[in-house]
Design a binder for this molecule. Sequence first.
Ligand SMILES: [Zn+2]
Length: 483
Amino acid sequence: MASNQNPPTPIPQEEQDLPNSKTALLSFNTDPPSTHKPTFKTNKTIFFSLLFTTFTAVIAAISFAVLFFSSTVKPGHEPIIRTTARTLTKLPHPIVLLISSDGFRFGYQFKAPTPNIHRLINNGTEAELGLISVFPTLTFPNHYSIATGLYPPYHGIINNRFVDPITGDKFTMSSHEPKWWLGEPLWETVTKHGKKAATYFWPGSEVKRKFWDCPVDYCMLYNGSVPFEDRVNTVLNYFDLPSDEIPVFMTLYFEDPDHQGHQVGPDDPEITKAVVRIDEMIGKLIKGLEERGVFEDVNIIMVGDHGMVGTCDKKLIYLDDLAPWVEIPSDWVQNYTPLLAIRPPPEISAADIVAKMNEGLQSGKVENGNNLKMYLKEDLPSRLHYVDSYRIPPIIGLLEESFKVEQKKSNKMECGGAHGYDNAFFSMRTIFIGHGPQFAEGRKVPSFENVQIYNLITSILNIEGAPNNGTDSFSNSVLLPDA
Ligand SMILES: [Zn+2]
């Protein structure tokens, strides 16, 4: 049995309602249909433009083929296409190393030379257009969704900071009391099955549970000043243990490039530097595993928790500007941005507040008002899975990407980066790379939500997972079957 304090039962197996990866951008576009008149071209123009298009397409196809084969086929190395999982050569049982690089927006891997990350990509399986974060696209809700396979309302961590409306207790990112953390995280699932787990930082990993007491030496207490190198070394040292004592599941967490992304936005050279440094850590890890002869035996899963988008002072919405329609006192507001969450006193109608706020926002008289839309939480799009928890405040505002909400105008002028927006925005996507015996080489899979990762890992480890929001059959679409 799981040791949930408040088991979120029953867990609804809602239909996935995933945005199509090719059309995932949520449209807030309210532009009128184009009024451009169609232009007529002569037959000759059409002929030449077709000829040109065909020529360009052929050149592009040839260039792509050359690029593709030159990057995947090394001289003297015929690619071996595996159709079943590779047999382990050194380790006696499967091991999963789950790595998170915080705020690694999908696409950062193309910003800078990242030979080590690309080694994992080229010889492993990648979500071709990135991993879809859960909503809200914030660090704690997402890391804990990865660890439990649950959407935030079911694992309880509905935001990085929130207030329990019944007790008035405040959750912060350093709250380790078990009452907040629902569901069953992977480290507990693993130990429940009599196997060993090790966590080098992961939101929720320090929380004591029925089958997880955060063991000394295998459960690191969060300290952001520990150099990344030390973290990698500690993980590598686990592989020096007698083989039956090596943890079968390990986490490894890096705060970057999220840290730089907030300060300077996703397009700054600082980000490039941070991405290169993460790549160096992956290189150090690979080298250490190779020296121990286990690199090809370990299943490495590298993910991020969310993406990042640039924000700037011109894209602000002030709640005080809504005063002619409705006053929103700051003590009703639990979170401002990018997820606006409001809990008015019980005697005030939330529906009334939503209607008045939307009236003001759509009036054309509130600066940037059209970029914020208010909802009763039960009216949010069902694909966001953000309703079934008493912890979620009744009023939620969805922002257009890169906009921010503040209470009132100030002299604070800043440009930086943010995340937390609708997970349909492409900028909120992160990476998924799987490398190891159970992952095909050079394989691309369509984007998927991170709640699927829990089942993926229990499947590799061949243990039964706790009920969750992932789909049972998902692993079959990403993992190679056993030989
Ligand atoms: Zn994060």
